[in-house]
Design a binder for this molecule. Structure first.
Ligand code: ZN
Ligand code: ZN
Length: 193
């Protein structure tokens, strides 16, 4: 498989938001654009998550193509040799997400070499456990400590916020402001990755 080196989506710098892993953020959006770009082919293989992601993408597609491309994708699959649900290592869309992930990790690794970016990530940035682990494969030794520091700070912040949230629940206040989602992202990455 050809390794993706360039990407068409937004630059990493544009998606830097406090509390969200930038790689997860980009891949989350990327998964929805897959529905628009997946070409109908009889040997397309889908895992459970991406089968449903396609089915549900209809509402998110632009008005000019209301689910037409996904309809064609499913029609073609129904005519081909039926494979049913496959695991993610055999899923065509999981493969594309992995390619995009690789390209984005390399982009992040390169940006971390810049002092200003590194400082921002150190003090305010977020990385989920998985992408913290993976980006270390692309950076020089001296930067791996920085990644560990970012992940460790994120872990501490989440722990503190969850403790506070637990106290809040005792008083009947249930507004967590997406805290549980942030905890899930940190622990296992975004859905379908
Ligand atoms: Zn992530
Ligand atoms: Zn998949």
């Amino acid at each position: 498989m050809k390794a993706a080196t360039s990407t068409s989506g937004p630059s990493l710098s544009l998606v830097l938001t406090k509390g969200t892993c930038p790689i997860c953020g980009i891949l989350k959006d990327f998964q929805w654009t897959l529905a628009e770009t997946t070409r109908p082919q009889s040997d397309l293989r889908l895992c459970n998550f991406h089968g449903w992601a396609l089915a549900r993408s209809r509402e998110k597609l632009s008005r000019s193509t209301p689910g037409e491309s996904v309809t064609m994708v499913f029609l073609e699959m129904l005519k081909g040799p039926l494979a049913g649900k496959v695991s993610s290592d055999q899923c065509s869309l999981c493969h594309r997400v992995l390619e995009e992930e690789g390209a984005r990790l390399r982009e992040l690794a390169q940006k971390l070499q810049g002092a200003m970016f590194a400082e921002w990530m150190k003090t305010q940035g977020t990385l989920c456990l998985e992408h913290g682990r993976k980006v270390k494969e692309f950076i020089p030794l001296r930067l791996r400590t920085l990644v560990d520091e970012i992940v460790e700070r994120n872990r501490g912040e989440l722990e503190r916020d969850l403790e506070a949230f637990r106290e809040q629940l005792k008083h009947g206040i249930h507004e967590g402001g997406g805290l549980l989602g942030r905890a899930a992202e940190f622990l296992v990455g975004q859905r379908g990755l």
